[in-house]
Design a protein around this ligand. Structure first.
Ligand code: CTP
Length: 405
């Protein structure tokens, strides 16, 4: 499978004669394993019907900014946050101009402004319109903001002209989007990620654990693999499929996770501790099921588990960069800063788990990255987008640490 498998791709179609090719683009993206939602501009609905796009994408098509039904469920902000990538294809000269100005006067431009995900634009227009200084300046502006411009290609146009301005063929758009995610930033690096909860047995049928879903750690392992790293994912029990091209090590307790982490982290380039490790375990595990006793209390003595990430940072052959998480409910930044220093970490990724949007198990996250020299926030986005942004930051820090004499 390519880089688009399981990604949330928002296809926005604006009103040009090439709008019909949006249908083929959606079909090809689905074939790549992507989950696709479609936004049609009002102009696009003159060329292609919402029903066609609904049938192809398997999801309702979105057309109106102020749509009471949509706002109740998947409103423009939810759509913007759902996306791992937004592709506007075809993008008319008018849409490009409105994107350049940062307008938000219809659903398409509003979502483009509101999404934290990367945006790609595939222009399609008459060759004279494409060549016009106004369009060229707008395109330069979009490119300078990090928007990926795919195409246009040259050839015969619907209006009879010949020249640059044709929508890139949908196959070529899909290849360009695949390459977008294939950044090779961690090429040749060895990365170890811990994820999920740990489970501490009380007896053969009972245990102590926590609500970690493992989604953030799995997304990070996937993003590191997409960036070309050799990834070892040490996971507690979760209900997730492992990402492609990742070596999975399944463990149960913190003690097992610790042994595996110390073994794999030795000499690694990067260690990311995303696991929600149980801080304590029962002092002893009963071999038989504990029977109910007379009286109404049961005392289980708990002993402290090893701090895995702190132990990794003490290794003689310590990973070059160690990043941990701090899931906090109050004084998030203060606790996170203190935790980074106490555990000997290069980076800590703090999140507020008292917020229902970013709590354990949520599909999205919003985090703060804290290093010795820098603090910055990554606003609410899908865990995959957050993971990719963390990988960008981590790859950058890793480069700097490796250059340090
Ligand atoms: N961690 C670890 N081993 C532990 C506990 C935590 O490796 N025994 C790692 C987590 O994977 C995470 C970081 O340490 O990267 C912070 O985890 P957290 O549970 O927030 O820290 P604690 O030390 O348990 O602090 P507290 O529960 O008191 O907030």
């Amino acid at each position: 499978m390519g880089q688009l498998n399981q990604r949330h791709i928002l296809v926005a179609i604006s009103g040009g004669i090439a709008a019909y090719k949006g249908a083929e683009l959606v079909r090809l993206l689905k074939k790549q394993g992507a989950l696709v939602r479609v936004v049609l501009s009002r102009g696009a609905t003159e060329f292609i019907t919402p029903l066609t796009m609904q049938a192809l994408s398997g999801e309702p098509t979105h057309t109106e900014l102020l749509d009471e039904a949509a706002e109740a469920g998947m409103g423009h902000i939810e759509l913007a946050r759902w996306a791992d990538l937004m592709i506007i294809a075809p993008a008319t000269a008018d849409v490009i101009a409105r994107l350049a100005q940062g307008r938000a006067d219809d659903l398409l431009t509003t979502v483009a402004l509101a999404t934290p995900a990367p945006v790609a634009v595939a222009p399609a227009m008459n060759q004279q319109m494409w060549a016009h200084a106004a369009t060229q300046e707008n395109i330069q502006m979009l490119a300078s903001r990090g928007i990926q411009i795919v195409g246009p290609s040259a050839g015969e146009q619907a209006c009879g002209d010949v020249g640059l301005g044709r929508l890139l063929e949908p196959e070529a758009i899909v290849i360009a989007l695949n390459q977008r995610f294939d950044n090779r930033l961690l090429e040749g690096r060895r990365v170890v990620v811990t994820a999920g909860p740990t489970v501490e047995a009380i007896d053969p049928v009972r245990y102590l654990s926590n609500h970690s879903s493992g989604k953030m750690g799995y997304a990070l392992a996937g993003a590191c693999a997409d960036a070309g790293a050799q990834v070892e994912l040490i996971s507690g029990p979760v209900h997730l499929d492992p990402p492609d091209r990742v070596t999975l090590h399944l463990v149960t307790s913190a003690a097992e996770m610790c042994v595996r982490a110390l073994e794999l982290a030795d000499g690694a380039d990067l260690f990311i501790g995303a696991a929600a490790v149980a801080d304590y375990r029962p002092e002893s595990t009963s071999a038989d099921k504990i029977k109910k006793q007379a009286g109404d209390t049961l005392v289980i003595t708990l002993v402290e588990n090893p701090d895995i990430i702190a132990s990794v940072s003490q290794l003689a052959n310590r990973p070059v960069l160690i990043a941990g998480f701090a899931a906090e409910t109050n004084s998030v930044m203060d606790h996170a800063r203190e935790k980074r220093l106490r555990k000997g970490l290069d980076m800590i990724i703090a999140n507020d788990v008292s917020d229902p949007d970013t709590t354990f198990g949520a599909e999205q996250n919003a985090v703060h990255l804290i290093t010795e020299t820098e603090e910055r926030s990554l606003p609410l986005a899908s865990k995959r987008v957050i993971a990719e942004q963390i990988v960008l930051a981590v790859a950058d820090s890793l480069e700097r640490l490796l250059r340090r004499p």
